[in-house]
Write a protein that binds this ligand. Structure first.
Ligand code: FE
Length: 256
């Protein structure tokens, strides 16, 4: 197993795996990228598989955990290239359904993906999908940062795959990308969230949904994973954060 791969949860039937393949053409930008996989009884769900440039490495590593033909769903939290850029490649090697916001379906053709009948588009309020003995919940995360954006909650492992929420601008550490001290980590969260997240009202709306769930881990698409009490510290921090339209004077010369 590659040292950038970490099993977040495994009870023998249900497993969550984190991969950390960075796009090497951008390795000087200090934006580490994470991809995820859920496997239950041999059936896979791939989450935010990323850009075309990491497809070969990710394919190889994913196949250590599930037969590629048994990937049944591929979830795309939003439309960005570091999330969805490899959609056409994954469409060729699997028969998976692609789950994404209804806002972004028509844009996928620009990544060379034309099989729109393979898309399960999510309505704004989200959806719940039966997955084996358990379920996957797609939680609205709109404007955090993308206008059509979802997080995925896995009821079995209690992991929230949060997309860009919780992302930090850090270089890729060796080994498991986990928050050591939230107090130290929050400085790496601040600038990203202030600029990329829509507003405090939106952050609160998302955080209150997540607080109502039994959550063990928050796993973002960039940076480090939050576990245990760090999940609560992060949700409290996010609920108080001023960002996006709260800081209008930083964005427009005329201010408020
Ligand atoms: Fe993004």
């Amino acid at each position: 197993m590659d040292n950038k791969t970490k099993v977040l949860y495994d009870d023998g039937h249900h497993k969550c795996v984190m991969f950390g393949f960075d796009d090497e053409s951008h390795e000087d930008s200090f934006l580490s990228v994470n991809q995820y996989l859920i496997v239950q009884n041999g059936v896979g769900v791939l989450i935010d598989p990323g850009s075309e440039s990491i497809f070969d490495e990710l394919y190889e590593e994913v196949s250590e955990h599930v037969e590629i033909k048994d990937i049944k769903f591929i979830f795309l939290s939003h439309q960005d290239p570091d999330v969805s850029g490899s959609i056409a490649q994954w469409a060729l090697v699997t028969k998976a359904k692609f789950i994404m916001s209804s806002l972004w379906v028509r844009f996928m053709s620009h990544y060379g993906f034309m099989e729109m009948d393979r898309v399960m588009s999510l309505p704004d309020h989200g959806a719940r999908l039966n997955f084996g003995e358990d379920s996957l919940t797609f939680i609205p995360a709109h404007f955090l940062h993308s206008p059509g954006n979802f997080s995925l909650y896995d009821t079995k492992s209690k992991v929230v795959f949060s997309g860009d929420i919780g992302a930090a601008i850090v270089s890729s550490p060796d080994g498991y990308k986990k928050v050591g001290s939230f107090e130290e980590h929050k400085e790496h969260l601040l600038a990203f969230h202030q600029r990329y997240m829509g507003s405090n009202k939106l952050c609160r709306a998302w955080a209150s949904q997540i607080k109502s769930l039994d959550v063990q881990t928050i796993a973002p698409q960039h940076g480090l994973v939050f576990e245990g009490e760090d999940t609560d510290k992060f949700l409290d921090w996010l609920s108080e954060l001023e960002c996006g339209s709260d800081l209008l004077e930083n964005l427009y010369p005329t201010g408020k």
